[in-house]
Write a protein that binds this ligand. Sequence first.
Ligand code: PMP
Length: 289
Amino acid sequence: MKIYINGKLLDEKNAKISVFDHGLLYGDGVFEGIRVYHNKVFTLDRHVDRLFRSARAIALEIPMSKEDIAKAVVRTCKANKVENGYVRLVVTRGVGTLGLNPYLCKEPQVIIIAAGIQLYPVELYKKGLSIVTVGTMRNHPEAINPRIKSLNYLNNVLAKIEALNAGVMECVMLNPQGYVAEASGDNIFVVRGDLLVTPPVWCGALEGITREVVMEMAPELGYRVKEDVLTRYDLYTADEVFLTGTAAEIIGVGVIDKRPIGKGKPGPVTSQLADRFKEYTKVTGTPIK
Ligand code: PMP
């Protein structure tokens, strides 16, 4: 496998980052997870835009233009002959001292890995995920704002540990006010009749790109979409609940906190959206050539 680091495609064994990189020492950096479908990079510009917003939010200047980052992603996919897969695009603060000061880090590191992706097992898309609400709260927006896709994912990791310890693979995280924020690595939607509701980002959600695509697709299928505050009441009483994310795509939730949601398996709206999403991935994207 060839790994992109700062303009060079290196053999995997030579692709190395310093132990003094603040990405490692402090989780100081930003990233994106991007999908490749049918030889095309899916929603590449949206990912690059979000990467730059995340970087801006942590006062990290990416040493490349958006266009050059997008080109580098395509180049890395091409070099690895990735036709369907997953790209991890990372920008770290770079090498610094053992102190926190980010301004002493003079050279951010741009890293691109193009590989495969391990999705949830196929059966789960039919059966539905079981999830639990966890005690680990989503970060307060004035701490690490959840809109920043930073390398500091410890908040999500702690939530994931709670989910795994409860015997399930995902969870619902609430924000400090007790409102539903999102899952540990996905956004969340509730279906009520012909209405889809997802928490606004100020409730502690990442501005998910799959979320955005679903919000754009849904009206074309005759559904209304609203961003609104949700509580666990709304989850337990929903017709359907589903999660969205680059890796998971659209996956129905069957059970939350051991309570069946709707009929206890993914419902027709979730299936219809998932089918439409799949179609969309076939016709859109930045070609790898
Ligand atoms: N929330 C979190 C915390 C995430 O890490 C992700 C990405 N895995 C998402 C939501 C979904 O965002 P996207 O659709 O852009 O992948």
